[in-house]
Design a protein. Sequence first.
Length: 133
Amino acid sequence: MDTDVAQSIMWLALAFLCVAVGAGLGYLFWRAGRMVLSMDELVSEVGEHALPVVDKLGVGMDTVNSQLHKVDIVMDSAVDVAQQIDTSVRAVSFAVTEPVRQVSGMMAGMGAAAGSFRAGMAEDGGGDDGARP
């Protein structure tokens, strides 16, 4: 009978162990389920608050891109204006420098002719007293 009592105690201990493990696993699964529900609520709150911010950010980026496009157009126009001004300045510079070169050349020629004329007159004794003026 001693073996029957020992066997009964062993079966009772095994049953108690199975109930304790089952209760522990049940509590563990209940806590895990609560954590999953909490995470689900957190994710849905983040989604509710983050999506409008992302939408506003998208609208802001569209506005920035639009303004950058306008700045690009203005910069292209400024480059065109600068090229036109450069062309105009070159044309005016050419229009002014060419007549100045021609007048300068003409004046140099007239100076050389006058010098040559004076030198010729001095050699001929072209004055009343032969003195240079």
